[in-house]
Design a protein around this ligand. Structure first.
Ligand code: SF4
Length: 373
């Protein structure tokens, strides 16, 4: 079982691995003639013949039925601050029990979790939905995050965890590439409270074809429309900016305009710095000036809450009041250093209402990762 990188904010917890073989018939699929099936979990819509598997490597056709091979098979788990997702306008200061499986529906050449996402093997510890919720409560998390690889590919498992989690007062958050379908978004709506949808390289077609392995980002745009029109799930947008090949400012402008037109000015957008990884070790990290240009474009297009991410200590990690321009939430990386909002999430300096779901968690500082049993 892989445990994600340790850092100052997090501790990892190894869970018992009993090596059972857990698999379950999927829900998101339809049967086709000749024992074939069509998977409806993501916008690849794989048509899978008997005894074959889909592109993600963890959904396959067994005797004419689509099976989710990683049901209850957790390949990575970690306790994270919600700000790490990155999510900055939903349940601030909370900690989330984060889980992921092997496999992914995208083939990003720079993936920092490639050893999980590009592994076409079913591996991990066996953890039932009940045990996931138990662990989250044991470690005093306020929510569960489905992350590290694309969660829509293991949606039936996430849904079963999420429904139980909600009953116990926990929230559910997805870190997703948004390459979803109307059917998968309908299932997300049964249990999901928050989703961060990650664009790559401003969603530009040439970039995503060459570096992500998808024909276009159009399904991601379609998913955002579906999320907006059919659900009340809190959405945040991220955009990984890759230097030279995925940093086109005209496409950044188009993306920001789309976000503004669909969601309005309150939608948070995070421009993330790329770091060399996997098959793109010969690229430099994104220059900070490039990220700042993206920030300027977002502001010009009217988005009130734009951020620069993966650059700890940068002033654009903070939330600024759109009215008086004072810092209302001061951050360093995933930590909250100062909170200048009142009980109604209004700016303490000028009274302007700030778009924020939930109040600051009482354990938001160093106590967030203290465990008392
Ligand atoms: S979830 Fe996997 S099997 Fe299903 S359509 Fe996407 S890549 Fe194909």
């Amino acid at each position: 079982m892989i445990i994600t990188t340790l850092d100052n904010y997090c501790q990892s917890f190894i869970v018992a691995c009993t090596l059972k073989n857990v698999e379950k018939e999927a829900v998101l699929y339809e049967r086709l003639p000749n024992h074939k099936v069509r998977c409806l979990a993501c916008a690849r819509y794989c048509e899978i013949g008997k005894d074959q598997i889909g592109l993600c490597g963890i959904r396959g056709n067994k005797e004419g039925k689509l099976v989710l091979f990683v049901y209850g098979k957790v390949a990575a788990c970690h306790i994270d601050p919600i700000e790490k997702k990155p999510v900055t306008h939903f349940m601030p200061g909370t900690k989330v029990f984060s889980i992921g499986t092997t496999g992914c529906n995208w083939l990003c050449k720079y993936c920092i979790n490639f050893d999980l996402s590009q592994r076409r093997k079913v591996e991990g510890a066996d953890i039932s939905p009940e045990e996931v919720v138990e662990k989250a409560l044991l470690y005093r998390c306020q929510g569960i995050a489905y992350t590290y690889n694309e969660p829509s590919i293991f949606l039936e498992y996430a849904r079963d965890c999420g429904v139980l989690a909600r009953k116990k007062g926990l929230f559910n958050a997805f870190v997703s590439n948004g390459f979803a379908t109307p059917e998968s978004i309908k299932m997300m709506n049964e249990f999901l409270d928050c989703i961060t949808v990650d664009f790559k390289g401003n969603g530009e077609q040439k970039f995503v074809r060459q570096y992500v392995g998808i024909p276009s980002s159009q399904p991601v745009f379609d998913s955002l429309v579906e999320l907006k029109e059919k659900t009340n799930i809190h959405v945040e947008i991220t955009d990984l900016i890759v230097p030279k090949v995925g940093d086109d400012l005209d496409h950044a402008k188009k993306l920001c305009k789309f976000i503004y037109d669909l969601f309005g000015p309150e939608m948070p957008i995070h421009f993330l710095q790329f770091h060399p990884s996997y098959k793109m070790m010969d690229f430099e990290p994104t220059p900070v000036a490039t990220l700042e240009k993206h920030y300027e474009i977002a502001k010009k297009e009217g988005l009130k809450y734009a951020y620069v991410g993966n650059v700890p200590g940068h002033p654009l990690e903070h939330t600024y009041c759109p009215e008086c321009n004072k810092v209302v939430v001061r951050r360093y990386s995933f930590d909250i250093l100062q909170w200048n909002l009142d009980d109604n999430n209004c700016c303490k300096f000028c009274g302007n209402k700030i778009h924020m779901v939930g109040k600051l968690d009482k354990n938001f500082q160093e106590k967030r990762f203290e465990f008392v049993f």
